[in-house]
Design a protein around this ligand. Sequence first.
Ligand SMILES: O=C(O)[C@@H](CO)OP(=O)(O)O
Ligand SMILES: [Mg+2]
Length: 401
Amino acid sequence: MTLITDVRLRRVLDSRGNPTVEADVLTESGGFGRAAAPSGASTGEYEAIELPPSEAIAAARRHAIPRLVDEVYAGNQREVDGALRAADGTDNFSEIGANSAVAISMAAGKAGADVLGAPLYQHLGGAFRGENFPTPLGNVVGGGEHAKEATHIQEFLSAPVGAPSVSEAVFANAAVHDRISEILDDRDVPAAKGDEGAWAPPISDAEAFEVVDEAVSDVEDDLGFEIGFGLDIAAAELYDEEEGGYVFGDEVKSTDEMVDYVAEMVHEYDLVYVEDPLDENDYEGFAELTERVGEQTLICGDDLFVTNVERLQDGIDVGAANSILIKPNQIGTLSDAFDAVELAVRNGYDAVISHRSGETEDTTIAHLAVATDAAFIKTGAVQGERTAKLNELIRIADDAV
Ligand SMILES: O=C(O)[C@@H](CO)OP(=O)(O)O
Ligand SMILES: [Mg+2]
């Protein structure tokens, strides 16, 4: 039976060395699930609220655990997530913290799968889920909020869209990451790494475009399948109302200039993916850019949609973007994340399941991506907390979880 008999919460370390919430869920027949909340640095204004972990844990112990233990079945994800929402009582988890909520929600999913003896992706996706595997988007060069003194654009992504298998795709991204270090070395550019393991060189965005393009082409030639190039501009972090636009060092781009710039980059570098090209409040700008280049590339809303069905519906209504980033901790529960994927897919938007810049060894998003038949998963290229998810994807494809 999957009746929840205990929920334990603790503070553990995340990849930035900050505390985060880990949850264990235990069930009547010995089922066990453990999950930890990730944490963003370039967070969207409309995300669910992350509380300091000790506060989130104390509030969840007070309000949520009594509604779950001996009351709710871990195998019934909607009931678990409904109890979390009821315990919180707000629409943004500001009472118990989205970090407590998402850790419990994911741990309950794992406990439910454990009792069934099924892998998590199968428990969440069901017997008739699709058979596709997501293409991993690998962050290979980055800056923004993830690395100071590096590029203004937050993430330059390798996208091995032609890879014959998920394993070959994962290794292709690692090879692009490696090739970039050689190219930077040849140019005498020293490079530290950003929060997600991407190179964080002190170069201009224009030079980063050149470097990543060269690395992607070299690895494409070596491996013999298509590797695309993508971006997360994280433009909300660049936008400054007082400056009247997007601040790239000494240069400020107006919204029109930004739309032109991104459209130009899409054409010049054949970009297959562009996340958050404009500010999180600019549905109109998103719609205009989608109109211009949406046939050639994915325009993905991260801070724009924050995994929220209402914000996504607003976007669908005006034609803003053609893809949505899904981060369970932006909205607080697995059920809400699934609802966002479902609404997206019904309206022809591709779902991209994503990590956060602050992560743990938790692999739930790898299962979520397979369960939802998502087109892409964005979870870095190298570095332990990223490879945890990538290696889990390889295991899922190998039927070895
Ligand atoms: O903007 C993003 O897409 C994410 C993950 O790459 O960053 P953060 O978790 O800092 O919001
Ligand atoms: Mg983003």
